[in-house]
Design a protein around this ligand. Structure first.
Ligand SMILES: CC(C)=CCC/C(C)=C/CC/C(C)=C/C=C/C(C)=C/C=C/C=C(C)/C=C/C=C(C)/C=C/C=C(C)/C=C/CC(C)(C)O
Ligand SMILES: C[S@@+](CC[C@H](N)C(=O)[O-])C[C@H]1O[C@@H](n2cnc3c(N)ncnc32)[C@H](O)[C@@H]1O
Length: 373
């Protein structure tokens, strides 16, 4: 933009900021019937920001106490709910009123509570609930966000994701990878559905899922493409978990399972499509680039790479930098990236022909297609 326009835009914004900050303007805009709806919406947004942490705790309490499962069977009275939740009647009423104010529950007459619309959405979504249930680790770290930003505090979340600060992650044992692998497996179906609805995987011959966790994505892809050959690469202890799952799904005969380090070990050749799901945002730029170059080495020109993870700046995914930015800060490595930033890394690694696919829930994931050149 020309410097003249930039200067005027800055002046205009400075004027807007002074106006909104003025307590007289705030009162005036609430009193004026024409501006009141906008002023109320902004005041509500300010309250939501202030109270958001408490809302999250209400949601967590509902999830931990299995409230959505209980109410999915039908509305109940407070005494009946108190018995099911193991709470006093007073505590039950407090939780249910809080949940009702957040659309998680709903009052049904004077005495009964049922599911609210958001509660119903959670009741039918195990994957989302599994993510909700692991949030306390993050909340504990975020009790002092400034210490986290200043690097003065080692976060507990880093222990949950032990590969994020290890030079030799291949040495991780079964017990160290179990909690995060189980969480990723439980939450993967939501992501797999988004990606496989947006991209027709059946056009390919061999799919390699790099950092493929327990193989949930490969199971979902195999169900849509019966002829597809599969390769999964993850740390040895995770690859063992994948072997168990793929065996149970009857997919071992069409799957190569490799335990290794995707940053250091050469990757097997032969795949015409590679998926990287919730992987790039775990890494700083140098490691992400090393990983992408390693993948490029294993591909023929024209092969496809799908980067599947939540990306900043995509329409419909606006608050993403707050959640993933602070999540990866607590993890100790990585950052959410804009599509252009991922494309820049991909370009340096020898990819081009980018296409960002449209999908239903960009808050959950985006899907970026790249071609090996
Ligand atoms: C007429 C209509 C259409 C509607 C009216 C009625 C109505 C409200 C209907 C709603 C029905 C409907 C479509 C419901 C859909 C609900 C859905 C899809 C809910 C989805 C919820 C998803 C949630 C809460 C996702 C949360 C995700 C989180 C917290 C992600 C965490 C990710 C992490 C920690 C990743 C870590 C990976 C790492 C380590 C960073 O690499
Ligand atoms: C956030 S999880 C994502 C798992 C899976 N793609 C999904 O979306 O459910 C990151 C995965 O990368 C694997 N991983 C991390 N560092 C690795 C490395 N250096 N080599 C191989 N796998 C690694 C982890 O074990 C884990 O399974």
């Amino acid at each position: 933009m020309a410097p003249f326009f930039e200067e005027w835009r800055d002046r205009l914004r400075a004027w807007r900021d002074r106006l909104i900050a003025d307590p007289h303007f705030q009162r005036w805009s609430l009193a004026n019937p024409f501006t009141r709806p906008i002023a109320r919406r902004r005041a509500r947004a300010a309250l939501d920001l202030t109270a958001g942490f408490v809302y999250s705790q209400v949601l967590f309490a509902c999830a931990r106490l299995k409230l959505f499962d209980v109410l999915a069977a039908g509305p109940l009275t407070v005494p009946a709910l108190a018995g099911r939740l193991g709470l006093s009647e007073a505590a039950t009423r407090r939780l249910l009123d809080a949940a009702a104010s957040l659309d998680l529950a709903e009052r049904r007459g004077a005495e009964r509570y049922g599911l609210g619309q958001l509660g119903a959405a959670f009741a039918g979504n195990r994957a989302a609930l599994s993510l909700v249930e692991h949030q306390p680790l993050l909340y504990a770290d975020l009790a002092d966000p400034v210490a986290l930003l200043k690097g003065e505090k080692r976060a507990r979340l880093a222990d949950y994701w032990p590969y994020s600060d290890l030079e030799q992650p291949t040495a991780l044992q079964a017990d160290a990878v179990a909690p995060y692998s189980a969480l990723m497996a439980a939450s993967q179906p939501m992501v797999a559905q988004e990606a496989l609805d947006a991209y027709d995987i059946s056009r390919h011959k061999r799919l390699m899922d790099v950092g493929g966790g327990e193989g949930v994505f490969l199971c979902a892809a195999a169900a849509r493409a019966p002829h597809l050959q599969l390769t999964l690469l993850d740390l040895p202890a995770v690859a063992e978990r994948a072997r168990t799952r793929l065996d149970a799904a009857g997919l071992l005969s069409r799957t190569d399972i490799i335990g290794g380090d995707f940053l250091r070990d050469p990757l097997p050749r032969g795949a015409d499509v590679v998926t990287l799901i919730r992987i790039v945002h775990d890494q700083d730029d140098a490691r992400a680039l090393a990983l992408l170059r390693n993948i490029r080495q294993a591909l023929e020109p024209g092969a496809t790479l799908l980067v599947i993870e939540a990306m900043s700046g995509v329409k419909g995914a606006e608050p993403l930098d707050a959640y993933y930015g602070f999540y990866t800060l607590a993890m100790g490595r990585g950052e959410p990236r804009r599509v252009e930033e991922i494309e820049a890394l991909l370009r340096q690694a020898g990819f081009g022909g980018f296409e960002l696919l449209g999908n239903a829930l960009p808050t959950l994931t985006s899907i970026l297609v790249a071609k090996a050149i």
